[in-house]
Design a protein around this ligand. Structure first.
Ligand code: ADP
Ligand code: MG
Length: 257
């Protein structure tokens, strides 16, 4: 069954149309990748799905389980099981990391009560044990929990931290916007392993990336889509990502900005 459907979506930022009729569908538990030149609208799609206020939907629709989410605020979209790992995570001074995670986790537990795969942690200590396992999985030290959210984290630490949040929160659909950009090969593997854990849980995954490299490490990849000038212009399987990696976007008559 289709979990998320994006229908003929037109989105603009500051009056400039970026998405020009984009169609996309993902079923529960499927793994999709979106590739495409810089500036083609990939992050715009991710942000529009989550309801970022800077992105105006002019027409088309975004549906979760067949219902439009366009009128919902971002937190209500998150409560439907949508999660976005940002391309550029923001530093939020004053918001304690562990406090933030625990509140988000508890909020989702209330919102997704029919899902019996979610543990209920009765004590703060039990929750920390659970978080620590996930910190280890992405190679982050426990000391991060006592810091403010993303404040002073290096580029690589921010990326690992986004993926760690995704592991802890266990959304129904995780959207990852270039989780591999700026990472060394070990970090890319760690991020891919974290995504694999979610795939095992049956979570849907949408990975936005420039490189086939991270996709090679994934347990499963159902579809690859190429976005250009605000539309999906080609879809295929894993071989499409390999073809793009070797031939470049020029092969599809596209130019990378
Ligand atoms: P991608 O993620 O595919 O590289 P984006 O979705 O980030 O592309 O951007 C698509 C286009 O929208 C680009 O031309 C970019 O310059 C423009 N854009 C993105 N954010 C803004 C913004 N805040 N204000 C104006 N234009 C923007
Ligand atoms: Mg982007």
């Amino acid at each position: 069954m289709t979990f998320l459907e994006v229908k003929d979506l037109h989105v603009s930022i500051d009056g400039k149309e970026i998405l020009t009729g984009l169609n996309f569908k993902i079923d529960k538990g499927e793994v999709h990748a979106i590739m495409g030149p810089n500036g083609s609208g990939k992050s715009t799609l991710a942000n529009a799905i989550m309801g970022h206020p800077k992105y105006t939907v002019n027409s088309g629709d975004i549906l979760v389980n067949g219902e439009s989410i366009l009128k919902l605020s971002t937190d209500l979209r998150a409560r439907k099981g949508l999660f976005l790992a940002f391309q550029y995570p923001t530093e939020i001074s004053g918001v304690g990391y562990s406090h933030f995670l625990r509140n988000a986790y508890n909020t989702l537990n209330k919102a997704l009560p029919e899902d019996n795969t979610r543990e209920v942690f009765l004590t703060v200590r039990e929750f920390y044990e659970y978080v620590k396992k996930n910190l280890d999985a992405v190679g982050l030290d426990q000391s991060f929990l006592s810091r403010y959210l993303n404040e002073g984290f290096s580029g690589g630490e921010k990326k690992r931290s986004e993926v760690m949040q995704m592991l802890v929160l266990k959304p129904y659909l995780a959207i990852l916007d270039e989780p591999d950009s700026g990472l060394d090969i070990d970090a890319v593997k760690a991020v891919a392993e974290a995504i694999n854990k979610l795939i095992e849980l049956g979570t849907g995954v949408l990975v936005i990336t420039h490189y086939a490299r991270i996709l090679r490490y994934l347990k499963k990849l159902d579809y690859v889509h190429v976005v250009a000038k605000g539309k999906v212009i080609k879809s295929g399987g894993k071989d499409l990502s390999e073809e793009l990696e070797t031939k470049g976007y020029g092969w599809l008559g596209l130019e990378d900005k």
